[in-house]
Design a protein around this ligand. Structure first.
Ligand SMILES: [Fe+2]
Length: 310
């Protein structure tokens, strides 16, 4: 059954009007179908529960710009995947209900949103606001998801090490042994192309050999570094195959700011960067307080793509 976008947007506008907010203006759109082979990839949203900025609500506004860009698409992507660091700094309990509220226009539009854990998240507080992941996770004690699409699936792993809510934990990523065993078993029986992803870069989590040795693996995608960066990972210098890797921009804290669209075809998938901002290392404190490098970086990154083949 084809679902029309207009019906969902009407529902979302009604909710926004009831809440007395401007969401309906920001996310207004026309009529569109869904493309099951189109995915939007977000990462490193770093959403605080309250606005603590002098100038404007940077993390919220930048995410809203990304969401508005996705909702203007025709057709809409069936899925949005978020590659970790949804919470602001240390998975505070209040961050996640706010994140759920900010992501609501996507969900109201009929888009399925799937979230992975980053080093600034905490499972305990995340599950209070997103309890559905307790049942859906593929590995008990971790937040692990499989997102299916007609031509290629996604496995989103959990590389978070920190456990105490509100307290900074290890910055680097790690997979627990149960997750690695599950991944080995799952990939061994996989019948279609599959992307593997997590918050952290591939060189931190010791699965490069497994991915390089599994022809069905289409590539590896991560966040964490807040920069659009395509690369390839060599497992053995004696082998011809490399694992294509892509690091995603942040949706709203420092670095490259934007989102990525992944168009999945029969033999390849093309990732497109949609970047609208850059700042580093601190947020702009006024409309003119911007990095001198901003325009050059935006111009250089405009139209950037990364192709994964299988
Ligand atoms: Fe981050």
């Amino acid at each position: 059954m084809q679902i029309k976008r207009r019906n969902f947007l009407m529902g979302g506008c009604a909710i926004a009007a009831t809440a007395g907010c401007s969401t309906s203006k920001l996310f207004s759109g026309g009529d569109a179908d869904f493309d099951d082979n189109l995915m939007a990839l977000f990462s490193d949203c770093h959403l605080p529960a309250t606005n603590e900025n002098d100038f404007r609500n940077y993390e919220w506004d930048e995410l809203n710009t990304c969401i508005a860009g996705v909702l203007r698409l025709n057709p809409l992507p069936r899925n949005v995947l978020i590659f970790g660091d949804l919470a602001y700094t240390a998975g505070d309990y209040a961050d996640y209900p706010k994140a759920r509220e900010l992501l609501r226009p996507l969900i109201d539009a009929g888009i399925k949103v799937t979230i992975a854990m980053g080093n600034h998240d905490r499972r305990q507080s995340f599950l209070e606001a997103f309890p559905e992941y307790s049942k859906s996770t593929k590995v008990p004690g971790r937040i692990v998801s499989i997102v299916e699409s007609p031509k290629a699936d996604f496995i989103l792993l959990d590389t978070l090490q920190g456990e105490q809510v509100g307290v900074q934990g290890p910055v680097d990523g790690k997979l627990n042994p149960e997750q690695i065993e599950w991944l080995k078993t799952t990939l061994a029986g996989y019948g279609k192309p599959v992307f593997v992803g997590s918050h952290h870069p591939i060189n931190e989590i010791r699965i490069a050999g497994l991915l390089a040795g599994t022809p069905k693996v289409a590539g590896y995608i991560n966040g964490h570094d807040h920069v659009w960066r395509k690369d390839f990972f060599i497992h053995k210098w004696t082998e011809r195959r490399v694992v294509r890797t892509l690091c995603l921009p942040s949706t709203g804290l420092w670095g490259d700011i934007g989102y990525t669209l992944l168009r999945i075809g029969d033999n390849e998938a093309v990732a497109e960067l949609h970047q609208h901002d850059f700042f580093f290392p601190i947020r702009p404190r006024s409309a003119t307080d911007i990095n001198p490098e901003r325009e050059v970086i935006l111009r250089e990154n405009a139209g950037a793509t990364c192709t994964f083949q299988w």
